[in-house]
Write a protein that binds this ligand. Structure first.
Ligand SMILES: [Zn+2]
Length: 319
């Protein structure tokens, strides 16, 4: 595909189906994904090995684990590591698609969103007319957990920023922000790979996690140096944080907003996605029933902080 949409004003779906296979980050098992066009807004998941099960539209309420990736509970099944694929879809402007999965995990591929962007480019995009864009209320939303927080404001443009602080000198303090367009996403964010820390790799493997993690699909930090350079960007870690933030906000339909994530994590990002969905739903309900006494209007005034999810977040803040 030679050119991406210039902005997010239109709804787009894929022009054809496209498949990718690979190893799951946590299970280490092979997984397969087929992306297909969809006539309905949003992202809906079906199962290649059980096509009779109903397709489920993705939403923040399905988040069930955010320790190292974003995992969703879809009926009786669980689907993990959805964030890089969702970032690729939302970032390139694909507002609706079917995601057919074999295995319980989205393949990690090279640890970034780039292989998914290439798959989307291979399929091509089809415009579907004006995109219906529910807006956030005027009041800012904030979620916080420990020292980290995410704040979002309704805005004309989607503007994302992230800041990270790590004691490891190879990362240290990094800040990155951009006005999001499909082209800026593909150029600045999609290639940024997931990262982790050498001392935690063994601990996580023993916990049954990152069995599919390897030096060719995750940057590994060892204090002052990287075990597997070169980096694709000098500030690749914070750019990957923005990739993760975008993928998690895709669960809420990537509302038009200015968003800042300080020490972000999947727990915080998905809590913000849930807060956005609640705020949008509440505002729509209030618009339908404009009763001044209705408790649905209680969003007027500053929003209270939304507590983060109960899942404890380990010190490794990435992936
Ligand atoms: Zn990630």
């Amino acid at each position: 595909m030679s050119a991406w949409p210039s902005d997010y004003r239109l709804a787009w779906t894929l022009a054809a189906a496209v498949e990718r296979s690979g190893v799951g980050l946590h299970s280490g098992l092979p997984c397969r994904v087929r992306l297909a066009p969809s006539a309905l807004p949003g992202y809906r998941v079906g199962w290649l090995d059980a096509p009779e099960l109903p397709l489920r539209q993705l939403e923040p309420s399905q988040v069930c684990d955010t320790r190292l990736c974003t995992a969703l509970k879809l009926g009786e099944r669980q689907l993990t590591t959805v964030e890089h694929l969702l970032a690729a879809l939302a970032g390139t402007g694909v507002s609706q698609a079917e995601i057919w999965v074999e295995g319980g995990e989205i393949p990690l591929l090279d640890g970034s969103a780039l292989p998914w962007v290439e798959a989307i480019a291979e399929a091509g995009l089809t415009p579907l007319g004006e995109r219906s864009e529910p807006s956030l209320p005027a009041e800012p939303l904030t979620v916080r957990q420990g020292l980290g927080f995410v704040t979002a404001f309704a805005a004309e443009e989607r503007r994302l920023a992230a800041a990270v602080e790590f004691p490891q000198a190879a990362i240290g303090r990094q800040l990155f922000s951009l006005t999001l367009t499909p082209e800026s996403f593909v150029r600045e964010i999609a290639p940024a790979r997931t990262f982790g820390f050498r001392e935690q790799v063994e601990q996580l493997r023993q916990a049954g996690l990152i069995r599919g993690g390897a030096l060719d699909n995750a940057l590994v930090c060892d204090g002052e140096r990287w075990l597997n350079p070169p980096l694709r960007f000098e500030d690749e870690p914070v750019r990957h944080k923005l990739l993760d933030l975008l993928g998690d906000l895709a669960l809420a339909g990537l509302p038009r907003a200015q968003v800042f994530a300080y020490r972000g994590s999947h727990g915080l990002h998905t809590a913000m996605a849930a807060a956005m969905t609640t705020a949008i739903t509440t505002a729509m309900a209030a618009a339908v029933e404009p009763s001044a006494d209705s408790p649905t209007l209680s969003l007027a005034g500053p929003s209270p902080p939304v507590a983060g999810p109960p899942t404890p977040i380990p010190p490794i803040l990435s992936i």
